[in-house]
Design a protein around this ligand. Structure first.
Ligand SMILES: NC(=O)c1ccc[n+]([C@@H]2O[C@H](COP(=O)([O-])OP(=O)(O)OC[C@H]3O[C@@H](n4cnc5c(N)ncnc54)[C@H](O)[C@@H]3O)[C@@H](O)[C@H]2O)c1
Length: 271
């Protein structure tokens, strides 16, 4: 765990979507370590129990329970980002419970289906709808629901989440719809930064590479980490803590003059 001597986010409130496990959990915990009170939003607040290594590391504690253990306020809201009313109710509820909103992290997302489902000329309408709704539409709905609380207060941070797939195709075209949805998030981020910048709100996007969450570690082992790592100049997979470090830069004063940009957290991966 990163030790924080100062708490630059003391008195601030953060909402993180998809924060019950994986990288989102690391974002939420890092924000709490930096001093923020945190609302955890996830369609399944105990999704960590579905991944053995994460379940073991969490020792039965949900993200919000872990954060309360750090001495911060935390609340959990079960909500689905693909349902605009559901995410709006969750963010309104977070503001009611914690008093305000300062930092919004739109992390919920991911790919789905097999490689062949996601080939550009093969993708079914059902696959396209599911992936675009979860990633692009979910992010837009979350930003819309959060922006109304962030505006008019002179300071705010929004961080969206893309992927290296948002700017580079994989050999053979796999994950094409996921990549297209993530590319949409990147462009939406740039536009939102234009709209909210005059109000002191920065809007940036993180684009992780191969991040060894509990869910993906086993898959990396199956594929053969040696081959995958040839495309990573740093010759290791990223960790959720690597992503949380980039988030820390964006949401504290270190990143005060950074907006409308996409930050790769991928060890230089070339795919
Ligand atoms: N892990 C990686 O290597 C990697 C690489 C690039 C980008 N990303 C992106 O980072 C983000 C987090 O990835 P992860 O690997 O930690 O994922 P994960 O699957 O381990 O965790 C995702 C969390 O989001 C929740 N979630 C899923 N759909 C949701 C919905 N509709 N509404 C609310 N919550 C929902 C899940 O319940 C889960 O708790 C995603 O946007 C993903 O696309 C991950």
């Amino acid at each position: 765990m990163v030790e924080h001597k100062s708490q630059p986010l003391a008195g601030k409130v953060a909402v993180v979507t998809g924060a019950a496990r994986g990288i989102g959990r690391a974002y939420a915990i890092r924000l709490a370590e930096l001093g923020a009170d945190v609302a955890v939003v996830d369609r399944d607040l105990r999704s960590f129990t579905k991944v053995a290594s994460e379940d073991e590391a969490a020792a039965g504690r949900s993200t919000e329970e872990h954060i309360i253990g750090l001495g911060r306020r935390a609340v959990g809201f079960a909500a689905d980002v693909t349902d605009a009313d559901s995410i709006e109710r969750a963010i309104d509820g977070a503001v009611t419970a914690l008093g305000q909103l300062d930092v919004l992290v739109c992390n919920a997302g991911g790919g789905s289906g097999s490689m062949s489902d996601s080939l550009p000329a093969n993708a079914t309408a059902q696959h396209v709808n599911a992936v675009v709704h979860l990633n692009l539409v979910g992010t837009i709905s979350t930003c819309r629901a959060g922006a109304k609380h962030l505006r008019g207060r002179g300071w705010g941070r929004i961080v969206t989440v893309s992927s290296m797939a948002g700017s580079r195709s994989f050999p053979g075209g796999g994950y094409s719809i996921y990549g297209a949805a993530k590319a949409g998030i990147e462009m939406y981020t740039r536009s939102l930064a234009q709209e909210l910048g005059p109000e002191g709100i920065t809007v940036n996007c993180l684009a992780p590479g191969y991040i060894a969450t509990g869910r993906l570690s086993a898959m990396f082992d199956d594929i053969g980490s040696g081959d995958l790592l040839k495309s990573v100049p740093l010759r290791r997979f990223g960790t959720p803590a690597d992503c949380a470090g980039a988030l820390e830069f964006l949401v504290t004063d270190l990143g005060a003059y950074v907006t409308g940009t996409i930050i790769p957290v991928d060890g230089g991966t070339t795919t």
